[in-house]
Ligand binder design. Structure first.
Ligand SMILES: Cc1ncc(COP(=O)(O)O)c(C=O)c1O
Length: 403
């Protein structure tokens, strides 16, 4: 089946966070929302059909997973990522973020230190700080348009109270798909210092041509035993609203501790639509996903071309994965609040502001390009217009001063 990603579908009044909460979030009307990480595309047809079929049954009692669900996940990981996992390793959570909070509370003590590699998805910081743990910032280095890990800095910051790292593989917002070599070096450091690796791999299925995602735990048996891997069908198939993620924990002891922790919360419950959708996506979603990735790559190319031609002070950090594109706006010479004001109030585009991703994010913005290309074009045109007005105003101001 050929999917048409150019179709513009009105998502307003569907209870969409991205579209229905935007006025509140941006404190401005008529902002084009290109922020929170979901897509303006319908999910694969087999998923829609599986949900309809489940709805037709009419009974929606407490639900659990069956063998077909586990087989779908196991086969997907084998087929697409050459990673062999076992049924017992798979646990569930309504989301990766709730799981991260439980993991932090279960495997560290108040006052322990947890490494993150900033700029990074901001709920990592919240999961650490709000649970009374301490952040160790191992800042990524931007070199020739790609983010790299800084192992020297990491080694320098280690002490016995560092107990965990929350890794983002692939990385949000920088878009790096960590190479096997990079992960290997990181993993060796963690093993040598008894640091548990919590690898958030939620973006792993959205990897662009020429790049290869490596599941962190797949690298060696020692890594496997020292990893909690957070995955989900939500980014892959646009199912965030169904709230189901899979936390894969090969180490029996770690898994049991996690399960004991979730058994004291409602996190072990899920809904029948999420189960049907997940199983169907992992079994029959490949064709849609291939087409989606091709479309997203076209959007990245379009965005890059537009920015290079019209918005020369901005640099696109070329994503190796994810539909979240990180723009380096430091060339505009604006303070983060001025940049935010210009984008929201003047251009009326709703992006995620870079500074919210922690140190190193200032002067950047994160743009969600998972929308029809006509919508992306509209966002870029709005930016261009606002920037031209700014240039015009500053030219007239400097003209006034010169006179
Ligand atoms: C790296 C990363 N982890 C987790 C999430 C959210 O996961 P969930 O909705 O399963 O809590 C996102 C969403 O953008 C993300 O980018």
């Amino acid at each position: 089946m050929i999917y048409n990603f150019d179709n513009v579908i009105d998502r307003r009044n569907t209870g969409s966070v991205k579209w229905d909460k935007k006025d509140e979030v941006f404190q401005e009307r008529d902002v084009l929302p290109m922020w929170v990480a979901d897509m303006d595309f319908p999910s694969p047809q087999p998923i829609i059909e599986a949900i309809k079929q489940r709805a037709d049954h009419g009974i929606f009692g407490y639900s659990t997973m069956h063998d077909g669900y586990y087989d779908a996940i196991i086969e997907w990981n084998q087929r697409r990522h050459q990673w062999s996992i076992e049924k017992d390793w798979i646990t569930i959570s309504p989301g990766v973020v709730p799981a991260l909070n439980t993991i932090v509370k279960t495997f560290t003590e108040p006052g322990d230190k947890i490494i993150i590699q900033s700029p990074v998805y901001y709920p990592f910081t919240n999961a650490i700080v709000e649970n009374g743990r301490e952040v160790v910032l191992n800042r990524l280095q931007l070199e020739n348009g790609r983010y790299y890990m800084d192992f020297e800095d990491l080694r320098n910051q280690l002490d016995p109270s560092v107990k965990m790292i929350i890794l983002c593989n692939p990385h949000n917002p920088g878009g790096s798909v960590w190479t096997k070599g990079e992960l290997q070096e990181l993993g060796e450091i963690c093993l040598a210092h008894n640091i548990l690796v919590v690898s958030d791999e939620i973006h792993c299925d959205l990897v662009y041509t020429d790049y290869k995602y490596t599941p962190f735990a797949s690298i060696s048996e020692a890594f496997e035993q020292n990893t909690i891997c957070c995955t989900a069908p939500s980014k892959t198939f646009n199912l965030a609203g169904l709230q189901l993620s899979n936390i894969i924990i090969p180490n029996e002891d770690l898994r049991q501790k996690f399960l004991d922790a979730v058994s004291r919360t409602p996190l072990q419950l899920t809904n029948p639509f999420a189960i049907a959708a997940t199983e169907s996506g992992y079994k029959r979603g490949d064709e849609w996903l291939e087409q989606l990735i091709a479309y997203l790559q076209q959007n990245v190319a379009y965005l890059t071309d537009y920015i290079t031609t019209h918005l020369k002070a901005i640099t696109v950090i070329q994503p190796e994965s994810t539909y979240l594109v990180w723009l380096d706006c430091r060339g505009l010479g604006l303070e983060p609040e001025q940049l935010e004001e210009l984008l929201i109030k003047k251009a009326k585009v709703g992006f995620n502001q870079g500074y919210t991703f922690g140190p190193g994010g200032e002067g950047f913005v994160r743009v969600n390009i998972a929308c029809p290309q006509s919508v992306l074009k509209e966002g870029l045109t709005r930016m261009d217009k606002a920037f031209q007005e700014l240039e015009h105003t500053s030219q007239s101001l400097s003209g006034t001063q010169n006179n």
